[in-house]
Write a protein that binds this ligand. Structure first.
Ligand code: OXD
Ligand code: MN
Length: 602
């Protein structure tokens, strides 16, 4: 960590800048500092000593509360501004010279106008504050897809979080060398007021300017902003894909290891699925799941093998705490047992933390996520429903050994899934790549607390990417269809719904570790070793093809959960119009053909 005082060397010269060899970066820092006028500029170089120092300063400044060192070593609680607890989609913009590049699914501001407005907000916004310079790499060092970003921020919370979520520090400056090719990520929390919040992406300039929020997806600019919105546009230009997908490895009893990716909308269980522990009977047979990533996959086709390969560009997890427990995700509980930032959870008298769902019995007293005294009968939640953990991936006891491999992992199957109480069966396989892309593109899911707005309404969320496609959604879908042409052995595409309910409103499928039973069929199908029946919607397992042994669910209940009601499906197809009408002229013709084929099967 190198500090430069701007009050003494206000012209931007000084020892901190001298340690940055890259002139493009130096110049940019000077320009941005001249606009924001921080009192100090601090270059973060990465490493354990610097991490401790960031937390020490954070505790001193009241940004972090240290937790019980015996129970949760090196863990901290952070309370955000109560108006700043989720991604703000209405404040998120794609800024391009022409609206057509951003397309119909994004909020758009003309880029010059956006820069002018933003300069007004950033002007002198860091007076009295420190500006942290955070160089970082997204992706394993040496990977063809890895990219360097540099974030400037006035938030200590963001600096400490980026250290967990990315390969941050000198390593990034080394990868960058003397090229001008880095994503420029400008960030200030401002006054956190939602009215003055703008998360602006400039895909044509490889730049993000985010003002007015300290929340993960709005503020850790490597993640959604660079890792998905800008990267999806770069992938479109360069022939690869950035997707909102987990990546996991599955080892079968015969020793065969396969990798799958899965796209579920925010807060629909990607982290749980990526950290799945098979039930005892499966473990005994030798089944094992390992995590490569829980949120973002960058995918490209290896020209030698014709196979799709994936890397996880991140190094940490920014996961949902609500409902996470030893029962639902013991791997996550182990992962967050040390060196973790807890955001917006309740604080217990002994310095431990609690959130709804952590234990069946709530604690008798706590300090809630806003810092007020709380008891179970106070009539409000102790933790925010979107309370989060930020934890290093190397804490994960089932981390896949390939996470740092620049070549990534080969993808055998792609799984799309939504949160749907009715209509959609637990599992089906799509007939081919094009129909799989259609199934992904028409994905519907009930909204969650991960974004501000109403929770529980079904919205179309193509590939679980609706909030993250950084360009025209029509071009994005065309890109998906075209990727098929690059592959000689494409992954098979499946659709799952763990959330189907019976008439009494109970979940039918047990979910969590038991999802290995569905994965077993998916892998066998992908390797040409399992049967299926053809249905309206796709290939489905017969009840005998899924191992239900040891479950409370009998064959009839499974069949009920797999039932596709033709009338309900017609209504579903009508609901898709919401997306189709919005896309209008942008809709690729393959989407229309696939939909017509489905209608004709009905
Ligand atoms: C996330 C999200 O934080 O999708 O990963 O909102
Ligand atoms: Mn996500």
């Amino acid at each position: 960590m190198i500090t430069m005082s701007m009050t003494e060397a206000g012209d931007g010269s000084g020892c901190m800048l001298e340690s940055i060899a890259n002139l493009h970066l130096r110049m940019w820092i000077v320009q941005m500092a001249a606009m924001c006028r921080p009192d100090r500029v601090v270059l973060c170089q990465g490493g354990a000593a610097e991490r401790s120092e960031l937390f020490r300063q954070g505790v001193e400044a009241g940004v972090f509360i240290p937790l019980n060192p015996d129970k949760l070593p090196h863990c901290y609680l952070h309370r955000s501004n109560p108006d700043d607890v989720a991604r703000s989609e209405s404040s998120t913009f794609i800024c391009t010279p022409a609206r057509a590049i951003a397309g119909p699914s994004n909020n758009w501001i003309e880029s010059k106008i956006a820069y002018t407005q933003l300069r007004g907000l950033f002007n002198h916004c860091m007076a009295g504050r420190t500006m942290y310079v955070l160089p970082f790499v997204m992706g394993p060092v040496g990977s063809r897809l890895s990219r360097v970003g540099v974030q400037l921020t006035d938030s200590l919370y963001v600096a400490a979080s980026m250290d967990i979520m990315t390969r941050m520090g000198d390593v990034a400056l080394k990868v960058l060398a003397d090229t001008p090719e880095f994503t420029r990520c400008m960030h200030s929390v401002g006054d956190c007021s939602p009215e003055r919040r703008y998360i602006c992406h400039f895909p044509l300039d490889n730049t993000v300017w985010s003002f007015g929020s300290g929340y993960g997806g709005n503020a850790l600019l490597g993640k959604k902003c660079m890792g998905l919105r800008l990267a999806s546009y770069q992938g479109f230009q360069e022939g690869w894909m950035a997707e909102h997908m987990l990546i996991s490895g599955v080892r079968e009893p015969n020793g065969q290891k396969s990798y799958i990716t899965a796209a579920f909308p925010s807060a629909c269980g990607k982290t749980n699925f990526a950290m799945l522990i098979p039930p005892e009977s499966y473990r005994q047979k030798g089944w094992q799941v390992t995590t490569v990533g829980d949120d973002i996959a960058w995918l490209w086709v290896d020209p030698k093998s014709g196979k799709l390969r994936a890397i996880n560009p991140e190094t940490g997890y920014f996961g949902v705490l609500s409902g996470t427990s030893e029962m639902t995700n013991p791997i996550a509980m182990q992962t967050i047992s040390n060196n973790t930032i807890y955001t917006n959870v309740a604080l217990l008298p002994d310095g431990d933390v609690w959130w709804e769902g952590k234990t069946a019995v709530p604690p008798p007293t706590a300090i809630d996520w806003q810092g007020n005294a709380w008891t179970p009968d106070s009539g409000r939640k102790a933790a925010h429903p979107n309370s989060r953990f930020t934890a290093p991936m190397h804490n994960n006891p089932i981390l896949d050994p390939s996470v740092d491999d620049p070549e990534g992992v080969p993808v055998t199957a792609i799984i799309f899934g939504g949160r749907r109480a009715a209509t959609i069966p637990i599992i089906y396989q799509t007939f081919n790549w094009s129909y799989g892309v259609y199934a992904g593109a028409s994905l519907g899911s009930e909204t969650t607390a991960a974004a501000t707005g109403k929770v529980g309404v079904v919205r179309r969320d193509p590939m679980a990417m609706l909030p993250f496609i950084g360009y025209n959604i029509g071009d994005y879908l065309v890109h998906w269809f075209r990727m098929r042409g690059k592959m000689s052995d494409p992954p098979r595409i499946y659709h799952v719904n763990w959330f189907r309910r019976d008439e009494r409103g109970n979940f039918i499928w047990p979910g969590f570790g038991e999802n290995i039973r569905i994965l077993e069929w998916i892998l066998k199908r992908s390797h040409g070793k399992a049967y299926a029946v053809e249905t309206l919607l796709g290939w489905m397992p017969r009840p005998d093809d899924i191992n239900l042994e040891g479950l409370k669910l009998d064959t009839q209940a499974f069949l009920d959960a797999q039932r596709v009601d033709a009338d309900a499906l017609k209504a579903e197809l009508l609901a898709e119009e919401e997306l189709f009408l919005k896309l209008a002229g942008e809709l690729p013709k393959e989407m229309i053909f696939m939909r017509e084929l489905l209608i004709s099967r009905l």
